[in-house]
Design a protein around this ligand. Structure first.
Ligand SMILES: Nc1ncnc2c1ncn2[C@@H]1O[C@H](COP(=O)(O)OP(=O)(O)OP(=O)(O)O)[C@@H](O)[C@H]1O
Ligand SMILES: [Mg+2]
Length: 249
């Protein structure tokens, strides 16, 4: 129903992990799908010792002209914690080879029945094939480090809008700059902070450990707040878009 474009800013050092943390606590009336759409190559297969198929590469091999919701689901796998994932290309070469599949992904992921999609778009370089998909998103989440260089990269990223959708910033850590300081420096809303938490990050990326401890970790607790902030914006956008569609008809 809503596509959330999850975009890493250079040096974030936790964008993909943060997206996965948010997907793992997505508690709405809807399902969630974590789509690994970083054209530079994904990490999930390696981190969770998954086979690349089913996944985006296999989907690309069978793709002809159109893509349906059923085809998307048939190419997903499920992580040990239960989150469905669309495993991405393993390398930039594989990402490039997906050709015009990229332009068909946005519309289908933005309208997947009863499902919100968190799409890890990587860093979104100029000319990136994932740019069209970002244009279909209900919200663009920019993930950045709250350091001098992280904030500089964030500001540069914000200066080149990728979509008309609202933008929210998620910080990895709040040192040395607080969310309020970053917000003032970049003139964009910080919707949450995911703390540095090595143990929880390792478990979110497939290392063994106690699920109860992960659940109580500062990272997962913060991910819950980020998830509800994002869901609030996404619902607002859906209501607005359906009102606009009604007016137009
Ligand atoms: N909140 C965190 N606290 C501590 N370590 C983290 C955190 N988030 C991620 N990490 C660790 O940092 C490394 C990079 O994480 P991740 O792949 O999420 O970064 P990324 O921003 O998506 O990187 P890339 O730009 O390469 O896609 C991983 O080893 C991960 O375990
Ligand atoms: Mg990443």
């Amino acid at each position: 129903m809503s596509l959330i474009a999850w975009v890493g800013v250079k040096g974030a050092g936790g964008a993909s992990t943060g997206g996965l943390a948010v997907a793992s606590v997505w508690r709405n009336a809807r399902k969630v799908l974590f789509a690994e759409l970083d054209p530079a190559g994904g990490d999930i297969a390696a981190r969770f010792a998954l086979t690349p198929d089913p996944g985006l590469v296999q989907m690309g091999a069978g793709f002809r002209h159109a893509l349906s919701a059923e085809e998307v689901w048939s190419h997903t796998q499920t992580l040990p914690g239960g989150v469905p994932v669309l495993v991405g290309p393993a390398s930039a070469q594989q990402g490039h080879a997906l050709g015009n599949l990229w332009e068909h992904l946005g519309p289908v992921l933005a309208t997947l029945p009863d499902t919100d999609v968190i799409a890890d778009c990587g860093r979104v370089q100029p000319g990136s094939p994932v740019l069209e998909l970002v244009a279909d998103a209900a919200i663009v989440v920019l993930v950045a480090r709250s350091t001098l260089d992280g904030v500089a990269h964030l500001r540069a990223r914000l200066a080149v809008p990728m979509s008309d959708a609202p933008v929210g910033v998620v910080l990895i850590g709040e040192r040395p700059y607080s969310a309020a300081e970053v917000e003032a420096a970049v003139a964009a809303k910080v919707i949450g902070v995911l703390p540095r938490d090595d143990r929880a990050a390792a478990m979110l990326n497939g290392e063994p450990g106690s699920p109860a401890a992960l659940n109580r970790s500062s990272l997962v607790r913060a991910a819950r707040d980020v998830a509800s902030a994002i869901a609030g914006v996404a619902r607002h956008q859906e209501t607005r878009n359906s009102a606009l569609a009604e007016q137009a008809s």
